[in-house]
Ligand binder design. Structure first.
Ligand SMILES: Nc1ncnc2c1ncn2[C@@H]1O[C@H](COP(=O)(O)OP(=O)(O)OP(=O)(O)O)[C@@H](O)[C@H]1O
Length: 240
């Protein structure tokens, strides 16, 4: 008998309203194992809101999310744009504290190793709140990875990073994917999306307007780059 292979995660008909404004309008998203999915779209299109519904941080007004495992919360790692670090604690202390939420006791060597792979080991003993924006971003990614999650959500992981740090995060994403992890990230950098993503989901005005492999999507819409695809398909309206 053939075993049915279920997706890692499947969201159906997600909708979300803030006041009278409908921000997300019936989005379906299916995430398969080992994909690197890039959610792209204009500022205010609803990417973060969708992501927050996928991870269970916001309850959708309508729609359902299926997870592959009942204990999914322990198996999902999340880096959001707003970074909530504990004041007065260093980068390493923050990391150890977040690890304890998963009932993990990190040795200093393990914490350093995690900080190293995110490129901020040199700031291990600096108070997290005093780190630069880019360093805080990298610490947030380190926190997201601390419990070795199967599915990783990164909300603009390279925004505000300098080119070298950006490249290091690209390498980290590729390495994580190479070790079997599934990654969903948002980005406004179409070059990095083209380079990393196995699937792009283009969201505009709260709806998925296109999705597919970056090169196939470009071919299908007869454009030579993701930037041109983006310009061709999005309306260019301001939603904020
Ligand atoms: N808590 C909230 N209350 C009211 N409106 C909100 C709230 N959070 C987000 N919004 C609005 O919902 C819309 C979608 O926001 P969201 O952050 O999901 O967009 P985004 O696609 O992630 O944008 P960006 O690319 O700028 O990060 C925006 O217009 C935003 O102002």
């Amino acid at each position: 008998m053939m075993m049915e292979i279920k997706p890692l995660m499947e969201a159906q008909s997600l909708s979300m309203q803030y006041g009278k404004r409908e921000i997300v309008k019936g989005i379906d998203i299916c995430i398969e194992r080992n994909e690197i999915i890039a959610m792209i779209g204009p500022n205010g299109a609803g990417k973060t809101t969708t992501l927050e519904m996928l991870i269970g941080l916001r309850k959708p007004d309508t729609g359902t999310v299926y997870y592959w495992d009942q204990a999914y919360k322990k198996k999902i790692g999340v880096q959001l744009q707003a970074v909530p670090f504990f004041p007065g604690l260093s980068a390493m202390e923050n990391l150890k504290l977040f690890a304890s939420f998963y009932k993990l006791t990190l040795t200093s060597a393990e914490a350093i190793s995690c900080l190293t792979r995110c490129g901020i080991a040199d700031a291990a003993h600096v108070e997290a709140a005093k780190l630069s924006g880019g360093q805080q971003k990298r610490l947030a990614i380190a926190v997201a990875l601390i419990h070795d999650p199967e599915l990783i959500f990164l909300d603009e992981p390279t925004a505000a990073l300098d080119p070298r740090s950006r490249q290091e995060i690209h390498t980290l994403i590729s390495t994580l994917s190479g070790s079997g992890k599934t990654i969903v990230f948002t980005s406004h950098d179409m070059d990095e999306v083209a380079q990393l993503a196995t699937r792009v989901i283009l969201i505009d005005a709260g709806q998925v307007i296109a999705q597919g492999h970056p090169a196939e999507l470009c071919a299908q819409h007869e454009v030579d780059s993701l930037t041109n695809l983006y310009v061709k398909l999005t309306k260019g309206e301001q939603y904020e």
